[in-house]
Design a binder for this molecule. Structure first.
Ligand code: SAH
Ligand code: SF4
Ligand code: F3S
Length: 462
């Protein structure tokens, strides 16, 4: 991996000046509402956006229709994500008719797609600001221009982003925090648009990551989730990912998790870390995508089914209580019934705690988009239904096996359905609901598991 320069401190200071300038404008938005779509990396970016907007003197408005500034942080990983983002934007046009002073900003992965910003500019002239993934840190400058000139700003840069340190932030949770360790992706899986919209891999310096983790620990954070498209190829300061985990484990933050891991780069050292580290939680999200070697090859995943299964058994040997979850794509171009059956048999062999399953969605500009795909949509849909049904049975069996056990739960929230109940996750990242009140939020508590639902457990505080 090539070491990337950091955005200079003077540039970050310049942006801070723009935040002050925006704040000083009389006729500026007072409130904002951010809609975050897609993955955790977008959620983390939204925390930086919120931080910048707060520094500009705005406050969060939970009701979207009432905000003076609405910002969409978009995703484009599948067509339906993109349609959802575009549908939302069109709806904003109506809102703006009644509220002409509304500021509309759209950024994130969708606007970074080739040609997308220009198309949006023509089709949706009511959008005030369009920016991409690489220049998010310049949001203050762009907003200042929008407010000063009262004309739309469209700025999407094609170059890879650098590493950006020192952006303001407003964290969504006081006890569980996302920590970026790397950005971008070099893998070019043939179906995937992420490398095109997030640029090449670049790692943060380990010292920067540790400093952030220390700060979070001192604020009382109980759990950190390290983020990257492929954390296993982290190379900050020349050190590998497992090395960073060992250093973070010493900070005594109760829970460390990470996402996402690519099977081809999962090292022996990382497997060793699962055996040794006290705070590394026994959960691993290890996307397999497909069970057939031919399909894996066509996807350019660069591992085989056998290698994947070997990783799983070594991980379980190192940490017998580890829960493994995955992502699976059904209906990749040319997938035959027997190739799909190999995915089914792999799911039976691994016995995942849970799986995110997707029907393949062609993405313009990716290699797979030009591969012949003659499987009818109904067949793909039947296949995914079968897969989901089988995975549900496995999940149910795994969860039933936990009834009667005692689990440490990090309480996250009060149940939306019943105010007398709270929910949180076990070390293995399984959701447990149990009677309790808001005072438990953010605390690690002991719970006895009394029954199992479809995807969650129920229990009682002990
Ligand atoms: N970096 C992560 C994945 C990021 S995208 C990794 O490599 O595991 C999250 C998931 O979306 C992928 O794991 C994949 O299962 C799915 N996905 C990505 N592109 C897709 C496409 N074109 N169609 C359907 N699913 C897709
Ligand atoms: Fe996409 Fe593959 Fe990179 Fe994951 S590893 S982001 S699936 S290209
Ligand atoms: Fe979507 Fe971008 Fe994440 S495309 S999945 S928001 S990296």
């Amino acid at each position: 991996m090539i070491e990337r320069p950091q955005v200079s401190e003077s540039e970050m200071l310049r942006q801070r000046e723009y935040m002050k300038l925006v704040k000083a404008i009389g006729e500026r938005p007072q409130t904002y509402h951010i809609v975050s779509m897609g993955c955790q990396m977008n959620e983390r970016d939204s925390e930086s956006i919120a931080g910048m907007l707060e520094q500009m003197g705005m406050r969060c408005e939970p009701v979207r229709e009432q905000a003076d500034l609405i910002l969409y942080n978009t995703c484009c990983v599948r067509e339906n994500a993109e349609n959802k983002a575009l549908g939302n934007v069109i709806w904003l046009k109506e809102l703006k008719k009644d509220k002409p002073e509304l500021l509309i900003c759209v950024g994130g992965c969708m606007t970074q797609e080739k040609g997308m910003a220009e198309t949006m500019k023509k089709r949706y002239p009511f959008i005030d600001l369009i920016y991409g993934t690489h220049n998010l840190y310049r949001l203050p400058e762009y907003l200042y221009r929008v407010l000063r000139d009262r004309t739309p700003v469209v700025e999407v840069v094609e170059t890879d982003g650098e590493v950006v340190e020192g952006m303001p932030e407003k964290r969504a949770s006081a006890f569980s925090a996302y920590v970026n360790i790397m950005y971008g992706c070099n893998n070019f899986c043939t179906y995937c648009i992420v490398p095109y919209v997030r640029g090449r891999e670049r790692s943060r310096e380990p010292e920067a990551v540790i400093e952030e983790a220390l700060r979070l620990r001192d604020q009382g954070v109980q759990e950190i989730m390290l983020l990257g498209q492929n954390v296993n190829s982290y190379r900050g300061g020349g050190a590998e990912f497992a090395n960073l985990l060992y250093r973070l484990d010493r900070l005594e933050i109760p829970r460390i998790r990470f996402m996402t891991s690519h099977p081809k780069d999962l090292s022996d050292e990382l497997i060793g870390a699962y055996a040794e580290l006290k705070h590394l939680m026994p959960h691993l999200h290890l996307p397999v995508q497909a069970g057939s070697n031919e399909i894996l090859k066509a996807m350019n995943r660069r591992y085989t089914r056998e290698h994947y299964l070997d990783l799983v058994s070594r991980l379980r040997a190192a940490r017998p209580d580890i829960g493994i979850t995955t992502d699976i794509i059904v209906g990749f171009p040319g997938e035959t019934l027997s190739q799909f059956e190999e995915t089914m048999s792999l799911v039976n062999e691994v016995r995942y705690d849970s799986a995110y399953t997707f029907i393949y969605s062609p993405r313009t500009g990716t290699k797979a988009a030009s591969m012949p795909d003659d499987t009818p949509a109904e067949v793909k849909s039947e296949r995914i239904q079968r897969l989901i049904a089988r995975q549900q049975e496995i999940t149910a069996e795994i969860l039933s096996g936990m009834v009667g056990s005692r689990q440490t739960v990090l309480v996250e929230s009060v149940s939306a359905r019943d105010e007398g109940w709270v929910g949180g996750k076990t070390p293995r990242a399984i959701m447990v609901n149990f009677p309790g009140d808001a005072s438990l939020i953010g605390r690690l508590v002991e719970v006895e598991i009394t029954s199992a639902g479809r995807n969650t457990l129920r229990g009682r505080l002990i």
